[in-house]
Design a protein around this ligand. Structure first.
Ligand code: KG4
Ligand code: ZN
Length: 348
């Protein structure tokens, strides 16, 4: 791969339409994200058919925009990468088909990206974290609205899932608790703001699976307890919010500590996903990492949530290993990380 290879990345797996142009040295030449918040807010969650239509509507303009900002034509690209799963099938088809069309028209390799791998590799983007890219293996805690899992990242294409949620994803739990507290969707950031003026010790809430072996998660019992506290009407809303947030942070810290014990020799605890934005969660996880002498690394917030820079970077990592995909590759709504094929790394 040329040291200055350039790639177009496309993300359409959920409710963010995103495109980015990246150079192999890590330079982000252009990036754009269109968040479909307004489209879905009235429904209190992502509506798959509306999401797919919004991707169709916004992706072409977004791609034209990043290409113009990068100041290059399609002929200057070395590859096109798009998220091909896991996610909502309508959106995946829109993004992957668009990328295949560009690849076909300009004779470029097409790279089908696993969305979870893209989250897992983001911290390796040169210059992203001040201490430098962590070496393999590292532990990834993926904390988003759709995913909640502990993954041992052993190398490119080499992932071991150590634990995952038995019911709701952690972002989903934040959103449901926020809804019970009468906050708008998506509720995570609103709940954090409300919790800021509350007492985290005021309401007794369960801490599901705390201390239990392994590093699976469970949040549905906590949500039920929040519903009960709201219905009883005795506690202040801000106290319920603060107590909920504290319970989640305690559970995540406990699970992360267990995961680290299951993965000796890791170089870092890496956190990604929208919930990584939460101050109480970050603080708790930082404590766990520090206690083991490890750094806690998180991409900057805009690259923690769904974006196309991470897709483009995963594409470059794959391109560097000599990998591309057939235009016949069908998007996969379910695509566990553990089904990826281990790849040799070419270069650092
Ligand atoms: O990674 P993300 O942007 O999208 C996917 O789910 O793929 O994560 C969004 C989730 C939402 O559930 C949102 O409420 C939650 O992350 N979130 C937060 C905060 N910011 C976003 N949860 C708690 N505190 C926050 N500050
Ligand atoms: Zn995601």
């Amino acid at each position: 791969m040329k040291p200055n290879a350039m790639i177009l990345g496309i993300e359409t797996s959920c409710d963010e339409t995103a495109a980015a142009v990246l150079r192999a040295d890590g330079a982000i030449l252009a990036e754009a994200v269109f968040s479909q918040l307004k489209e879905h807010a009235a429904f209190g969650g992502v509506v798959p058919e509306i999401a797919a239509r919004a991707h169709v509507q916004h992706l072409p303009g977004l791609v034209a925009g990043v290409m113009a900002k990068a100041g290059i034509g399609y002929a200057a690209l070395d590859a096109v990468a798009a998220t091909a799963g896991p996610g909502l099938i309508g959106g995946l088809i829109v993004g992957a088909s668009f990328a295949k069309g560009v690849a076909l028209a300009h004779g470029l390799p097409f790279i089908a990206i696993n969305h979870l791998e893209a989250h897992a590799l983001t911290v390796r983007l040169p210059g992203l974290v001040p201490s430098g890219a962590p070496a393999f293996p590292y532990l990834l805690l993926l904390l988003s609205g759709g995913h909640c899992q502990c993954v041992l990242v052993e190398g490119l294409g080499r992932y071991r899932r150590l634990g995952s949620t038995l019911d709701d994803a952690v972002g989903e739990a934040f959103d449901k608790a926020a809804k019970l507290l009468g906050l708008p969707w998506p509720g995570g950031p609103h709940l954090e703001r409300l919790a800021g003026s509350g007492d985290p010790a005021a309401v007794h809430l369960p801490q599901p699976l705390l201390g239990r072996a392994g590093c699976d998660f469970s949040f549905s019992g906590l949500k039920t307890a929040v519903a009960r506290a709201v219905a009883q009407g005795q506690a202040r809303r801000e106290d319920i919010a603060a107590s909920f947030q504290a319970a989640v942070a305690a559970v995540l810290a406990d699970r992360a500590a267990h995961a680290l014990a299951m993965a000796p020799g890791v170089t870092a605890l890496v956190v990604a996903g929208g919930v990584a934005a939460n101050g109480a969660v970050r603080l708790a996880l930082e404590g766990v990492a520090t206690a083991r002498g490890l750094p806690m690394l998180a991409p900057p917030l805009r690259l923690c949530t769904d974006n196309a820079v991470m897709v483009a970077w995963a594409g470059l990592e794959r391109l560097r290993s000599g990998v591309s995909d057939s235009l016949a590759f069908n998007p996969r709504p379910r695509w566990p990380l553990t089904e990826l094929v281990p790849l040799a790394e070419a270069g650092a």
